[in-house]
Design a protein around this ligand. Structure first.
Ligand code: NDP
Length: 241
């Protein structure tokens, strides 16, 4: 149990990649607070799976674009453990819009969720982060290659690269590492149309889309002591796209 007794805050952990991250961290021994914007069946199912794994976990209802919800999430960790060892900023929003039609509202929604909320979660969690703490932001491969119709999304994800590098330098002497995991196309339970899967099959060297667990395993590695000299890095997990 590499992360035995460690405490983790994971945003957006009830579905997709976030869910795989939560389960992998829990299996490695971490106690976890995570969140979803709405409760319901996916949250209940995750809670059940976490109970079977063991440890102390909590699935909160929170929207990371609301400062009061971030306060509540971090407050939950503080109340339970008095510290946070691992922060995973996974929550993200995406939409497909031609740049000429992109409204300010849509821009702000995607940038607030993907970039601003990440900064705010880390800042609010900072007093609880001690030496050895690990912050992992979930970026995207498209931040460095670009993608039409996702200018707002790629801008937010590219912003995370600078945020990660600068924070790594600012927080390094306090013993806090900050890294970025940049997934390529990953198929989650939301699914993708067959033609999209086929296009990715041809684009990705290993001949398929990624699985959420293949992102989660890198996050768990970065969270632990084995990664103690990795700081400010972007790790692409993209099958060689
Ligand atoms: P989705 O894009 O399908 O879902 C987004 C996740 O973020 C959900 O867990 C959702 O929680 C959460 N979320 C969205 N907005 C908010 C908010 N305002 N407050 C709290 N939580 C929020 O998830 P994926 O699993 O596909 O992606 C996870 C991360 O990985 C994202 O950052 C995404 O950009 C990134 N990524 C994904 C890739 C892929 O191919 N899937 C490729 C590259 C990067 P809920 O709906 O439960 O509230």
């Amino acid at each position: 149990m590499r992360l035995n007794g460690k405490t983790a805050l994971v945003t957006g952990g009830v579905r997709g990649i976030g869910r795989a991250i939560v389960l992998d961290l829990a299996k490695a021994g971490a106690n976890i607070v995570t969140c979803t914007r709405q409760g319901g069946e996916p949250a209940t199912t995750l809670e059940k799976e976490l109970r079977e794994i063991g440890g102390e976990h909590h699935v909160a209802t929170a929207d990371v674009t609301r400062p009061e919800d971030i306060d509540a999430l971090v407050g939950e960790c503080e109340r339970r453990w008095g510290r946070i060892d691992i922060v995973v900023n996974n929550a993200g929003a995406i939409s497909h819009v031609p740049f000429a039609e992109l409204t300010a509202e849509e821009w702000h929604k995607v940038v607030n969720t993907g970039l601003t909320a990440t900064a705010m979660v880390i800042q609010r969690a900072l007093p609880l982060l001690g030496r050895g703490a690990s912050v992992i932001n979930i970026g995207s491969k498209v931040a460095t290659v670009g993608l039409p119709l996702r200018v707002h999304y790629t801008a937010a994800k590219a912003g995370l690269i600078g945020l990660t590098r600068s924070l790594a330098k600012e927080l390094g002497e306090r013993g806090i590492r900050v890294n970025l995991v940049a997934p390529g196309p990953v198929e989650t339970e939301a699914g993708v149309p067959d033609d999209v899967r086929e296009r990715y099959r041809r684009m990705i060297a290993v001949g398929r889309m990624g699985r959420p667990e293949e992102i989660a395993t890198v996050v768990t590695f970065l969270a632990g002591e084995q990664a103690s000299f990795i700081n400010g890095e972007t790790i692409n997990v993209d099958g060689g796209i």
